[in-house]
Design a protein around this ligand. Structure first.
Ligand SMILES: Cc1cc2nc3c(=O)[nH]c(=O)nc-3n(C[C@H](O)[C@H](O)[C@H](O)COP(=O)(O)OP(=O)(O)OC[C@H]3O[C@@H](n4cnc5c(N)ncnc54)[C@H](O)[C@@H]3O)c2cc1C
Length: 460
C-alpha cells in the first residue's frame, strides 16, 4: 500500500500520512506535535496511563515547579487535534512491534520509549540480592516520587542512613540527596520538628537545621556515601569539549569539582572516589556491603589497582545508568538497540523506524548530548542541582537540548515520510479506526478528560 513517491518539494504537507510514536513523554510529545503540525495523523502509544515518563518518575519530586510546567507542555502537545493518544498500551506486549512497523499502515514509527532498565551492577551474582540489600535507582526514585499517594501500589523502600550509593552522574547525586533529605526529615520528626522535603532541599540541610539551633552532627546520622570509580573532577556534570587544551580541561575539571563540593556541603552526603565495585559482602542471605577495588586514572580511564577494601552499609543503591528496555522484534547490540544511524536512530531491518530522546542518548548524560555546554550548561546544572545562588531558577533549560534534538528528528522523519505514497481516504480511515478501537478498549474518550481521570488527586 505504501509505495515510494518521487521526492516532494514541500515536506510539510503530510495531510494523508500517518506516523506512530512509541512513548509520550518529552521526546515523544515533541515529535508528535511537530509532525501533527505538518498535518500528519500521529498515534502516540504509551505504556502507562500518564505520558510523562522521566518527568514524573525520574525528576525527584522537589523539582515541583519544573515537573508541573513540563506536564503542561506535554499535555498541550498530546492534546493536538491530529494526535491520537493511546495510553496503557505497551508496544511489545499489547501491540506487536513488527506488526505496528510493517502492517498497520504507518509511514514511519518513532521510538521514543526512553531508557528504563537500570544498568546491572557489574558484580557477579549481585541481582540475586534484589530486595535483600540491593536496590536499583529507577524503582527507588519512582517510590520517592509517589510514596505519599494513597493509590501508589509499586515497590516500597525505606530511606535508611549509612547507605552505599554506587554511581557517579546527576542521577546518583539525586539518589544521595533523596536519602539525605528523607533521613534528616525523619530525625527532625523524632525531635518534634516538621520540615518538608521541599523546604529542606531549597534551604539545604545545614541552613534548615540552623533555624532549629541544630548542626548536622547533632542528628546522629552517618549519611550515605557515593562510591565513584573516577575522581570528582571526572564526574560528567559539565561537558568536556572534545580535544580541549590543558587550561580548558583544568577549568572544566575545576567546575565539576566545585559543583560536587557545593552539593556535598548543602546535602551532607559523602563521596568515596576511585572506588569500583568488585565483590559482594553477604551475611546470611542478605547483601550487607560491597568490596571495592581502588582505581587510578590512566589516560582518562579508571584502572583497577591491587588494593581492595570492604564497606558495609544499610543497603546498596546502584545508580550507574539507565538503558533501553528490549522490545521484542528489535535487535539489540549489547545493552542498546542496534542502531545503524545514531543521529536518526535507524534500524537495519525497519527502513521506516526512527528514534528520539533517551532511547538513543540515554547511555550518556545530558551534558554529553549538548553541543555547546560550557558556562551555559554549568549554570543550568548548578540550578538543576539546587546549588546555585538563585536556587532552581532557570533549570528548565535542561530540556532545551533533548527538545531541540527531538525537533530535528521530527524534521528528518517528515522529510522521509513526504517521499512515501500517501494514504487514500479509505485506508487512512481504516487506520484511524484501528487506533480509535484501541483507545476505546483502554477507556480513553479524549485526552484532557482522560488525564484528569488518571491523575491521582494527591500527585505532587
Ligand atoms: C537524573 C536525570 C538524568 C537525565 N539524563 C538524561 C540523559 O542521559 N540524556 C538526555 O538526553 N536527557 C537526560 N535527562 C533529561 C530528560 O529527563 C530527558 O532528556 C527526557 O526526559 C527524556 O525523555 P524521553 O521522552 O526520551 O524519555 P522518557 O521520559 O523516559 O519517556 C519514555 C516514555 O516511553 C514510555 N514507554 C517505554 N517503553 C514503552 C513501550 N514499550 N511502549 C509504550 N510506551 C513505552 C514510557 O512509559 C515513557 O513515558 C535527564 C534528566 C534527569 C532528571
Amino acid at each position: 500500500m505504501l509505495g515510494r513517491m518521487p521526492e516532494q518539494k514541500n515536506a510539510s504537507r503530510l495531510g494523508e500520512h500517518a506516523i506512530a510514536v512509541i512513548g509520550g513523554a518529552t521526546a515523544g510529545a515533541e515529535v508528535a506535535e511537530r509532525l501533527a503540525e505538518e498535518g500528519a495523523f500521529v498515534a502516540v502509544f504509551e505504556q502507562n496511563p500518564r505520558p510523562y515518563g522521566k518527568i514524573e518518575d525520574g525528576l525527584p519530586r522537589w523539582h515541583q515547579e519544573l515537573r508541573r510546567k513540563e506536564y503542561r507542555t506535554i499535555d498541550a502537545k498530546l492534546a493536538h487535534a491530529n494526535v491520537a493518544f493511546v495510553p496503557n498500551t505497551r508496544i511489545g506486549r499489547d501491540v506487536d512491534f513488527e506488526a505496528l512497523a510493517r502492517s498497520w499502515g504507518f509511514h514511519a514509527v518513532v521510538l521514543a520509549n526512553g531508557a528504563w532498565r537500570d544498568r546491572p551492577l557489574p558484580v557477579d551474582g549481585a541481582d540475586a540480592f534484589l530486595g535483600r540489600g540491593l536496590v536499583y535507582q529507577n524503582p527507588f526514585i519512582i517510590w520517592f516520587n509517589h510514596a505519599g499517594e494513597k493509590a501508589y501500589t509499586g515497590p516500597r523502600f525505606e530511606a535508611q542512613d549509612d547507605a552505599i550509593v554506587v554511581g557517579g552522574g546527576l542521577a546518583s547525586i539525586d539518589v544521595a540527596k533523596a536519602l539525605m533529605l528523607e533521613t534528616t526529615r525523619a530525625k527532625l520528626r523524632e525531635r518534634g520538628i516538621d520540615e518538608t522535603i521541599l523546604e529542606l532541599e531549597v534551604k539545604g540541610i545545614p541552613k534548615a537545621l540552623e533555624r532549629h539551633g541544630l548542626r548536622f552532627e547533632d542528628l546522629g546520622l552517618r549519611g550515605c556515601t557515593l562510591f565513584y570509580r573516577r575522581r570528582p573532577e571526572d564526574m560528567p556534570l559539565v561537558e568536556m569539549p572534545e580535544g580541549a587544551p590543558g587550561d580548558r580541561r583544568a577549568k572544566v575539571e575545576g567546575a565539576r569539582k566545585k559543583l560536587l563540593d557545593k552539593a556535598i556541603e548543602k546535602y551532607r552526603f559523602q563521596i568515596e572516589p576511585l572506588s569500583a565495585p568488585d565483590g559482594l559482602v553477604v551475611e546470611g542471605n542478605r547483601l550487607v556491603g560491597i568490596r571495592f577495588r581502588r582505581t587510578r586514572m590512566e589516560g582518562g580511564k579508571p584502572v583497577g589497582t591491587d588494593a581492595t577494601f570492604e564497606r558495609r552499609g544499610s543497603y546498596v543503591i546502584s545508580s550507574i545508568g539507565s538503558i533501553p528496555e528490549a522490545i521484542p522484534g528489535i535487535d539489540m547490540k549489547g545493552e542498546l538497540f542496534a542502531f545503524t544511524d545514531w543521529d536518526l536512530g535507524r534500524l537495519a531491518n525497519y527502513p521506516n523506524v526512527f528514534s528520539a530522546g533517551n532511547v538513543v542518548t540515554g547511555k550518556g548524560n545530558i551534558v554529553a548530548s549538548r553541543k555547546h555546554a560550557s558556562h551555559v550548561a554549568e549554570k543550568v546544572i548548578e540550578s538543576f542541582l539546587g546549588v546555585g545562588e538563585a536556587g532552581h531558577a532557570g533549570e528548565e533549560a535542561i530540556f532545551d537540548a533533548p527538545r531541540e534534538a527531538a525537533r530535528k528528528l521530527a524534521d528528518g522523519v517528515a522529510a522521509h515520510v513526504a517521499t512515501q505514497r500517501p494514504h487514500d481516504g479509505a485506508s487512512l480511515q481504516r487506520l484511524r479506526k484501528r487506533v480509535a478501537a484501541r483507545q476505546q478498549a483502554v477507556g480513553l474518550a479524549d485526552y484532557r478528560s482522560w488525564i484528569e481521570r488518571v491523575t491521582p488527586p494527591d500527585l505532587e
